[in-house]
Design a protein around this ligand. Sequence first.
Ligand code: ATP
Ligand code: ZN
Length: 297
Amino acid sequence: MQPNQQRIKLAVQKSGRLTDHSLDLLERCGLKFTQSKDQLICVGENMPIDLLLVRDDDIPSLVSEDICDLGIVGQNVIQEKGHALRKNGGARFDQVFALDFGHCRLAIAAPEDTPFAGIQDLQNSTIATSYVGILTDFLERNDIQAQTVYFSGAVEIAPKLGQADFICDLVSTGSTLAANQLVPVHDVMQSEAVIIQTREPLSTGKQEWVDRILQRLDGVLQVRESKYIMLHAPRSALEQISLLLPGSEAPTVIPLDDDRVAVHAVCRENVFWETLENLKSAGASSLLVLPVEKMLA
Ligand code: ATP
Ligand code: ZN
């Protein structure tokens, strides 16, 4: 076996909305890369993992066909490409977990002056979209007869060109729609970036590295909002204080003297001033909240 077959290949969007977030997340997992001259592959310096920089649309099939072991891509792309892959026996990858970036929604939007009371108003209309697969499924599920028109980009100009009555496109802030005098009228799906893994079994060595990377990714995601909280409290208030600690499992309790204890806990949610005030009212003192840098369960 060639040595490079032992290296993990992770497909990441080459240039677009997911690129910086993906690279930043991998960097925070401790991965270091050198970018090659052709900029298609970034070679991992400190772990046997290389990045393939590709168009996001290609990521589901690269992982499904086992050309890459892992990929980072939006659920919208996975679902849309799932249609094409279904024809070839189905997508052969699993979504491992969501990565909490690339949040957007696929929504139907109408020109501002179009009255819209509900999705039945889509009946017999023409809808422009780059997401023909997802839209067709949505229309079928809702028993709506409508014509879909494929636009590879700039979908929002279709109504102005007289090509469609509605559009179905990705929205995050809605500013692109507003600039084209369109308003979102119905959400078809919510999406965020996810990490996917091929279903093809990996060699033991490779799987161990994949597990290690996934564990680090999970750790990075968990610490984002996590805080380490320390406080002193009367032993009698311990139960109430434990209940007030947001998103924390069993706190560590250290006796200070007969009546008082120190409590240390990781809170997996942000700790707001209000929480601290409530803890103080319950008897806590010397409260300290610290950011968590790394966490390994
Ligand atoms: P590529 O050249 O890789 O095909 P693209 O133009 O298809 O790029 P981008 O516009 O960079 O893709 O979007 C990549 C992904 O970012 C989308 O598929 C989606 O999951 C996510 N995303 C988040 N917010 C938005 C948004 N407002 N508009 C479009 N995509 C968004
Ligand atoms: Zn794309």
